[in-house]
Every structure is written in structure tokens, then in C-alpha cells.
Design a protein around this ligand. Structure first.
Ligand code: PBG
Length: 336
């Protein structure tokens, strides 16, 4: 039945009746945002007492473990279910093969273990990708031409994911876009007794210019230079391909899938959700955050209102949750 048949014509039908008062607007609202929907991405580095602003991400800082703890505590207080960790690796530890990513005593495993010890109720998600660890800034091993090699990269990613799982991480999130990596990571997790480790696959991850400020934050931008990630991340023109990527990742053992970036890709999110009906997440990426911050700082947009509207739009488009640098701000607003 089409909507034209079930709703009365004007004037019997007046859509504005339900919009007149706040109580009816609340009563008939279809989508809602709650703190339960939010995943907070943070940047963590070695050291003590570190709170280092990221210029292209105003309001975002790089933390050391000790300064991250109060942030994590606030997430718990506000009801944010998951903290996502991204490492800032010292330049001297970066190598062409990014092997530091596999170290069981590396930065991320140590931070994971400590957070899980102190705040067991807070979910921890870690990124599985090599770009913070490679001297060239690509997400994997490269050949002489700069092409990122698939299987050799997957081998290292598997070791990285295992080191994170051994440290007690709840969710591993491969963000590298190699073929077959979800299956390989799942098999290794199962084979090593990590049967509860969840995989959130960055399934439809596009080769996007919106990641610029993130690359500043982890210090991969200058290493990457003029090269790009188009030979493994998806072409922004494609949507059928996103469905194939999601199907592959689900068959290989992903528990949850992701579409990334967020706002410019809400059509992809909607199609993925409608097609597969599985837990589907969106990443409002660094460039989206920077745009809203810049417009807010200039007085061109009302930042608070735009943030809440944008996050609600993700829910309306089918997201079960959103990775967003606005998570703390939004959760504070939702609370008070
Ligand atoms: C690493 C990774 C990136 C992001 C998340 N994980 C950068 C990239 O792929 O270049 C981007 C997140 C953001 O822009 O906020 N593979």
C-alpha cells in the first residue's frame, strides 16, 4: 500500500498537526540517538602526562595512558560503550614492514591490558592496520613500485590482531582493506582460543580525502606524501561493490560491519543495512569533524546543534552505532 492511500488528503490530512508541539514531535520521532550508539576514537602515545593537541582536529588530543584514564572513566560515567584506540608511534619505531604492530609489549597491547584491568566494563576496540607503524604510511607491505602486497600484509595483520587479543581487547577492527583478512584474523582468533573476540570489519572503506586530519594525528601524513590508498581502499563512485565487500566480510566471520567515511556515504550505509540486516556502524571521520569544528569556530554553524543533527542522521540512515570524535560532547549533551 502506498502512503497516498493510507493518509487522508488535505485538509483532513495535515502533517503539521504532529509537528505543532514538542510532545507530539517526541511521540512520533522515528530515530533517536543515545550514548549507547557512540564509540569514541582516541589517540594514544608513549609517555606520561601527555596531552598534545592535534591542530587539524581542534579539541582532540593525543594522550598517554595516565591522561587517557580519566577520559575512559568519563566514557563509563556517560554510558559510552566503547573506546577505540589509535596509536601514535615514534618515527624511529616505524619500518617498511610495520612489524612493531605485532609486538605483544607494544603500546596498544599495554594500553589495552591496563584499561581492561582498571575499567573492565568499558569495551575496547583496536584498529588492525599498519599505517601508524610503517615508514611509508601505507597500511601494508609494499613492493618496489609502492604497491601494497596483499597476503604478506595479511600475515602481519593476523599477528597484530593476535597481540591485541592476547592483551584482552574486546573488538578488533581491521581497517586495512586487504582481501581475505577477516577470514585469516577469525581463523587465528579461533585457533588460539579467542572465541569471544569480536570483529568489526571496516568493510566499505573508501579511498577518501576526509581522512587527512587523522593522518596528521597518527603522524602518517608526511610519510605518505603524495601517494594514496586507491589500490586497496574503495573507489568513491561505487556502491554495489560495497555490498560485495560486506558479504565477503560476513562470510569470513565479521560480527559487525562498518561504512566509512560517514556523512558523504549515508546512501551506502542505508543499502548495507537494508541488504544484510546485521550490526552496521558508520565512522564520522576526522575530516567531517574538522569541517564542523571549523564552521562552528567561525560562527557559520551552530556546532552543538549540527553535531546532534548529524549523529541522528546516521541513526536514521540505519547505523547501529557511530564512531565519532564528538562522542564525549554528544554524550554530555544527551545527559544534561
Ligand atoms: C588506518 C585508519 C585510518 C582511519 C581509521 N583507521 C586512516 C586511513 O585509512 O588512511 C581514518 C579515520 C579518520 O579519518 O577519522 N587504516
Amino acid at each position: 500500500m502506498s502512503q497516498h492511500e493510507v493518509f487522508a488528503d488535505f485538509p483532513a490530512g495535515r502533517p503539521r498537526r504532529l509537528r505543532r508541539d514538542d510532545f507530539t514531535r517526541r511521540l512520533v520521532r522515528e530515530s533517536r540517538l543515545s550514548a549507547d550508539d557512540l564509540i569514541y576514537p582516541v589517540f594514544v602515545a608513549e609517555g606520561k602526562g601527555l596531552r598534545q593537541p592535534v591542530p587539524s582536529l581542534p579539541g582532540v588530543e593525543r594522550y598517554s595512558l595516565d591522561t587517557l584514564l580519566p577520559v575512559a572513566e568519563e566514557c563509563v560515567e556517560l554510558g559510552i560503550p566503547v573506546l577505540a584506540l589509535f596509536p601514535v608511534i615514534a618515527p624511529e619505531l616505524k619500518t617498511p614492514d610495520g612489524i612493531a604492530a605485532t609486538r605483544p609489549d607494544g603500546l596498544i597491547p599495554r594500553v589495552v591490558a591496563e584499561l581492561k584491568k582498571r575499567l573492565p566494563e568499558l569495551g575496547i576496540l583496536t584498529d588492525v592496520a599498519l599505517d601508524p607503524y610503517t615508514s611509508h604510511g601505507q597500511d601494508g607491505l609494499i613492493d618496489e613500485s609502492g604497491y601494497v602486497l596483499n597476503e604478506p600484509t595479511v600475515e602481519i595483520l593476523v599477528r597484530q590482531a593476535l597481540a591485541q587479543a592476547e592483551a584482552g581487547v574486546d573488538i578488533v577492527a581491521p581497517s586495512d582493506m586487504m582481501d581475505g583478512r577477516i577470514g585469516a584474523v577469525r581463523q587465528a582468533l579461533e585457533g588460539n582460543g579467542h572465541i569471544h573476540t569480536r570483529i568489526m570489519a571496516y568493510s566499505a572503506k573508501y579511498a577518501s580525502a576526509f581522512y587527512g586530519p587523522f593522518r596528521d594525528a597518527v603522524g602518517s601524513a608526511s610519510n605518505l606524501g603524495k601517494s594514496n590508498k586507491a589500490a586497496y581502499q574503495m573507489d568513491p563512485g561505487n556502491i554495489d561493490e560495497a555490498l560485495r565487500e560486506v558479504a565477503l566480510d560476513l562470510r569470513e566471520g565479521a560480527d559487525m560491519v562498518m561504512v566509512k567515511p560517514g556523512m558523504p556515504y549515508l546512501d551506502v550505509l542505508r543499502r548495507v543495512k537494508d541488504t544484510f540486516r546485521v550490526p552496521t556502524f558508520a565512522y564520522q571521520v576526522s575530516g567531517e569533524y574538522a569541517m564542523i569544528k571549523a564552521a562552528g569556530a567561525n560562527g557559520w554553524l551552530d556546532e552543538d546543534k549540527v553535531v546532534m543533527e548529524a549523529l541522528l542522521a546516521f541513526k536514521r540512515a540505519g547505523a547501529d552505532g557511530i564512531l565519532t570524535y564528538f562522542a564525549l560532547d554528544a554524550a554530555r549533551r544527551l545527559k544534561g
